[in-house]
Design a protein around this ligand. Structure first.
Ligand code: GTP
Ligand code: MG
Ligand code: ZN
Length: 303
């Protein structure tokens, strides 16, 4: 028999243990009841405390509005966070940001129906300290971009305007300053920040879990830095849905099922040749097609 029954939101997840914020604002640490329960930060859940137990358990996950996910090393879907409004993809001049990772994150957000936002951090660093030339084409295609410095505070008011009233997950490579941005916005050191390894300039993977922080103007969650982001499981023909700039032209292709790869009379390839579509974006899409084929093989599907 249960002595307590409530619903709440998972604000932090450590595998089989999660922190749940109940409707009345109280936070409780819970275990997950049942092997099959897959729960991540952002999930709405029902929790229960049984008689004789001093701990609450998550017994049910309520329906999700959306889910940000990725493929793991075996090609299987792995959940990252649920019920997000926005994915804040953080980049910086140092450590060197890989634009292809940015594209993969943006496409993962698009598939899930989550708005991507590019946050360019460390604007206090000198222009020659690293390459950000991939940002302008993304801005030109309508991608929201916000330039900030967590260190000096520059641009943070503009960022708050873009985060207002929304739940945003910060993602990106290790060391770009996700936790520093969160700390700067939350006003105090909520999360540990690390120092870049002096020699390699690579991030050190300081943050180990995602936690949702409720601020007066919105909800923000940090996440651990990644070396890469493999896209979620989607059929090959749907890969282009993660590239709305390319996909918008697909109706002009000769074949309805055109993958914009080697097909004749392809409107997307024509736009790349004329310069209307950024050639790096197109290269990124082609890489994503190949990656999806490889993941399909790992999953044991026939492409
Ligand atoms: N110059 C400069 N350095 C910054 C800025 N923001 C963060 N840093 C530094 O960058 C390093 C990494 O910052 P973190 O906030 O830990 O980066 P992270 O993205 O959370 O890293 P992981 O948790 O490993 O994924 C730290 O040494 C910060 O002090 C900034 O705006 N300007
Ligand atoms: Mg961090
Ligand atoms: Zn085409």
């Amino acid at each position: 028999m249960s002595i307590r029954d409530a619903t709440g939101c998972v604000i932090e997840s450590y595998g089989r243990r999660v922190v749940v914020e109940l409707a009345d604002g109280e936070t409780v640490t819970c275990n997950l009841r049942g092997r099959k329960l897959d729960v991540v930060a952002g999930d709405q859940v029902r929790v229960e405390q049984r008689q004789g137990s001093d701990e609450m358990s998550v017994v049910e996950r309520l329906p999700r509005r959306n889910l940000l996910s990725r493929s793991d090393s075996r090609g299987l879907e792995e959940s990252i966070a649920a019920n997000l409004d926005q994915l804040g993809i953080v980049v910086a001049r140092v450590p060197t940001s890989d634009p292809y990772i940015v594209d993969r994150y943006a496409s993962g957000a698009c598939y899930a129906g989550i708005q991507p936002l590019l946050i360019v951090n460390k604007m206090d660093l000198p222009i020659d300290s690293g390459d950000l030339s991939f940002v302008e084409p993304l801005r030109a295609m309508g991608f929201p971009v916000c330039e900030v410095s967590a260190r000096t505070g520059a641009g943070l008011d503009g960022l708050i305007d873009l985060l207002r009233g929304r739940r945003t997950l910060l993602a990106g490579q290790s060391g770009v300053g996700k936790s520093s941005v969160l700390n700067a916005l939350a006003g105090d050191a909520l999360r540990a920040t690390g120092r870049l390894s002096e020699r390699s300039g690579e991030g050190r993977h300081t943050t180990v879990s995602s936690a949702i922080v409720r601020l007066p103007w919105g909800e923000l969650a940090d996440s651990p830095g990644v070396r890469d982001y493999a896209p979620p499981v989607v059929p090959l023909r749907d890969v282009q849905r993660g590239y709305p700039d390319l996909h918008a032209l697909a109706s002009g292709c000769r074949f309805q099922d055109c993958l914009h790869n080697r097909e004749p009379q392809c409107a997307v390839r024509a736009a790349v040749e004329s310069g209307a579509i950024d050639s790096r974006r197109y290269e990124s899409y082609r890489r994503m097609l190949n990656l999806t084929r490889q993941l399909d093989e790992k999953r044991g599907w026939r492409a």
